[in-house]
Design a protein around this ligand. Structure first.
Ligand code: R5P
Length: 321
């Protein structure tokens, strides 16, 4: 049993951190962050954390490098201030797609991130929907990965859609999307996606499975430029799918993703608030679900030394704080 729980927020997603704290009936810890004219960052913890169980919430969103540095400096400051235990809470983990050496002489940067977080002084990590499940093995400390699956599935269940086919945007995603299909009592289709080197634009070569006359819901971990999604919508339409929805955990929505989605035949894109969606990107077709209650419940369980496995089923919903 740890002493008092304390939550600190970085600058990346203060609304989510605030929502998490509210679910826990806690106030965000006081800290001051300054960026000097030489771009060095200073973090000062403005209250005592001696002996406390501290959680630092920082997601990966622009300015990505600054947000990473800020989190590392904050963890380092908390370690120096004698926090008893520090958990880095990273709703969207930085450099998560850089998880393999698929070309010579490149860095597996997600591993570097894991090492830096440990070196800064974190004792454990709490994150959500990593690009590949094996990334959990990059951490030389306990790392818990929450899933947006129950939150996304509950949303789509409430819509009472009929004749659903769950779509995996690429072969690598198929295994996880079987779980979505089981929850939604749906069939599964898999797209064969090809990407050329570092090019962000993907191409769909084949659709494996039957989508004709069905309501298609594609689930994925992240949407960046929206290129994969737009290609997928085209391919599914070509194969005769009726309505097409997408449920994607991390909505980065860079470049022309939002106007392209607005113009496309996609019925709705459902994302979560692991990454903040700026006002200018908010359109009716994009629905944002909150993961705050799930993170709050996970933080509470970690603090109290209870399992978090139940949350993979409930998404934190049934045991509201
Ligand atoms: C890739 O494997 C991921 O799961 C996503 O499909 C990808 O990050 C989406 O990127 P974009 O939106 O730029 O096509």
């Amino acid at each position: 049993m740890y002493n008092e729980l304390k939550i600190f927020s970085g600058s990346s997603n203060p609304d989510l951190a605030d929502e998490i704290a509210k679910h826990l009936n806690a106030e965000l810890g006081k800290r001051n962050i300054i960026k000097f004219s030489n771009e060095n960052i200073k973090v000062k913890i403005e209250e005592s954390v001696r002996g406390k169980d501290v959680f630092v919430v920082q997601t990966s969103c622009p300015p990505v490098s600054d947000n990473i540095m800020e989190m590392l400096i904050m963890i380092h400051a908390l370690r120096g201030a004698s926090a008893d235990r520090i958990t880095a809470v990273l709703p969207y983990f930085p450099y998560v797609r850089s998880d393999k050496k698929d070309e010579p002489r490149i860095s597996i940067t997600a591993k570097l991130m894991a090492d830096l977080i440990k070196t800064a002084g974190a004792d454990r990590v709490l994150t959500m929907d990593l690009h590949a499940a094996q990334i959990q093995g990059f951490f030389d400390m306990p790392a818990d990965q929450l899933l947006a699956l129950p939150i996304l599935c509950n949303y789509f269940k409430k819509k009472n859609l009929q004749n659903i086919v769950v779509v995996a945007g690429d072969v690598g995603r198929a295994k996880l999307n079987i779980k979505y299909a089981e929850r939604l009592k749906a069939s599964l289709a898999i797209l064969e996606k090809r990407r050329d080197g570092d090019k962000e634009k993907a191409k769909i070569a084949n659709v494996i499975g039957n989508v004709k006359g069905k309501t298609a819901i594609m689930f994925d971990d992240e949407i960046l430029t929206g290129g994969s999604l737009m290609e997928l919508v085209k391919a599914l339409k070509r194969e005769g799918a009726l309505d097409i929805y997408a449920g994607i955990t991390h909505g980065i929505l860079s470049k022309r993703a939002v106007p392209n989605i607005a113009r496309s035949p996609l019925k709705e894109l459902v994302i979560t608030n692991t990454v903040p969606l700026p006002k200018e990107k908010q359109i009716d077709k994009i629905k944002v679900l909150s993961v705050a209650k799930l993170f709050a419940k996970a933080i509470e369980n970690i603090h109290l030394g209870r399992p978090i496995s139940t949350l993979f089923q409930t998404g934190g919903e049934e045991e509201c704080l």
